[in-house]
Design a protein around this ligand. Structure first.
Ligand code: HQG
Length: 185
C-alpha cells in the first residue's frame, strides 16, 4: 500500500530518471523530456521498482510541488522542470513580476554577491514568486537566506524569463546588480 514514505521514495526516483539519469533504467526521453508511460512502468518493473499505473497517477497528482505532468492523452510523462539532461521544455518567455525571490544557504552569499546567481547543474536559475517558498528552497542546503531579485528591471533590460508549469520562475543567470536585499532567517 502507498504510504507517504513510499510516495516520497517514488517521487525522488522519478526525479532521478526523468530529470537526470534516464539511462539508469534504460529509459528514453524525447527532445522535450517526455517518456512513454508504458515504457516507464516496464523499466521500473525490470529494475525492481514495479508500481501500478494507478500508483504512478497518484504520485503525479499528489506531488507536493507538482513536479511531474502527463501529456493530455495520458500516454507520456515528464518532469515539469529541474532537468540536468539536455532537453527543450518549450517554455515561452513571459514577463515576470517586479520582484522574485531566491532562497540559498548563507555560505553561498559571498560568491553570489561576486558572481551573481548561476544555474550550476540545472538549465536555469530557479526563482520563487514568494518569500516562503524561497526560504524552504534555501533550507535544503543549510541556514537559509532569501535574496530579492529585481526581475522586472532585468526583463526591461532584455533578460528573458520563463515560468514552469508548476509555477517556478526561470532565467539564465542573475547578475549581481539585480540582487537587492538579503534577509538572514
Ligand atoms: C547556489 C527544488 C555560490 C544556489 C527547489 C543554490 C527549486 C550559488 C545552489 C529547485 C551561486 C544550486 C532549484 C554562486 C547559485 N555561488 N552558490 N554564484 N549561484 N548558487 O538545487 O535554486 O525539489 O541547483 O543559491 O524547490 O536551490 O528539485 O538550485 O543554493 O525549485 O523539485 O547554488 O530545486 O525543486 O542548487 O533549487 P540547485 P535551487 P525540486
Amino acid at each position: 500500500m502507498a504510504t507517504p514514505d513510499s510516495d516520497r521514495r517514488l517521487s525522488k526516483f522519478l526525479s532521478l530518471v526523468l530529470r537526470h539519469q534516464p539511462q539508469l533504467i534504460g529509459l528514453r526521453l524525447d527532445d522535450a523530456g517526455w517518456a512513454n508511460v508504458t515504457e516507464l512502468l516496464e523499466r521500473l518493473q525490470q529494475h525492481g521498482r514495479g508500481i501500478s499505473r494507478a500508483a504512478l497517477e497518484a504520485v503525479v497528482a499528489h506531488n507536493d510541488k507538482q513536479r511531474f505532468a502527463f501529456s493530455p492523452d495520458g500516454q507520456r510523462i515528464r518532469a515539469n522542470q529541474g532537468h540536468s539532461v539536455s532537453i527543450d521544455l518549450g517554455y515561452q518567455p513571459k514577463a515576470p513580476p517586479d520582484f522574485l525571490y531566491h532562497g540559498t544557504a548563507e555560505r553561498n552569499l559571498a560568491s553570489i554577491r561576486q558572481h551573481g546567481l548561476l544555474k550550476q547543474k540545472r538549465h536555469h536559475v530557479h526563482l520563487s514568486a514568494d518569500v516562503a517558498t524561497a526560504r524552504s528552497v534555501g533550507q535544503r542546503y543549510g541556514r537559509p537566506v532569501v535574496l530579492t531579485v529585481a526581475a522586472g528591471q532585468m526583463h526591461d533590460l532584455g533578460h528573458p524569463f520563463y515560468r514552469s508549469e508548476n509555477g517556478v520562475w526561470l532565467t539564465d543567470s542573475v547578475p549581481p546588480q539585480f540582487i537587492l536585499g538579503a534577509a538572514a532567517e
